[in-house]
Design a protein. Sequence first.
Length: 290
Amino acid sequence: MFQGSMVAMVTPMYSNGDLDYEGLARLVEFHVENGTDAIVAVGTTGESATLDEQEHCDVIQRVVEFVRGRIPIIAGTGANSTSEAILFTRCAKENGADACLLVTPYYNKPTQEGLYRHYQAVAEAVDIPQILYNVPGRTACDLLPDTVVRLSQIPNIIGIKEAAGFARIQSLLKACPRTFEIYSGDDNVAMETILAGGRGVISVTANVAPATMHDMCAKALEADRDGAQAVNAQLVSLHEKLFLESNPIPIKWALYEMGMIQDGIRLPLTFLSDLYHEEVRQALRIAGVA
């Protein structure tokens, strides 16, 4: 249903932390013009954890408005409260999103049965395509392959964004039905994920290098390993340097450096430390980003 380079888009803010909808419109146009295959709005990179309920829904609504049906929109609607995840998922459907991305419930550390019932409840409550998101390094919660296989039987749970490493992705590709879509949650293994049978990546790097990420994913989807490797070589440094501090700190600084957004980021996150500025600049140069 969705494939290729899907950007985990930042949420632009002014210096005081207010949302910058003009900046949001610029980013949407940037991605449409540069071949991004889908936009993921208000995910982790979009600072969903510090947006209030109204802001969360407003950003989804504005992204749908700005995109005007030109590319798919996947709304981040996960929460560590099942009822809140249902609320956000309903909001996304009502505002015209094409699908939802639901991170595992963070901090409260549910059992595998609890995770199954959480996702089952959201899927049954809201009839919209839903993508699981496993990122145990951030959530202290690991959605294991056996549970993913169980969830893949629910009709509107269509895939998973997996960020627990390439070995886990390989396990999922073997265990899950072929119709269940596997996406990389890590840019540094995106190419290998697609070449192994995955459908794409939900990408941080695509925020600043959308055309190159699209090109790499397109070649990998065509099973052109040599072509994909040649393109990916330009991006390897970005994949690394955009995580020198917690995401989305480096990527928001990079977009600011490019003149794409204002310098706003919400506490407890802070602007990128000065000692990393030149490393990120150099990675942007290697990727051919102005």
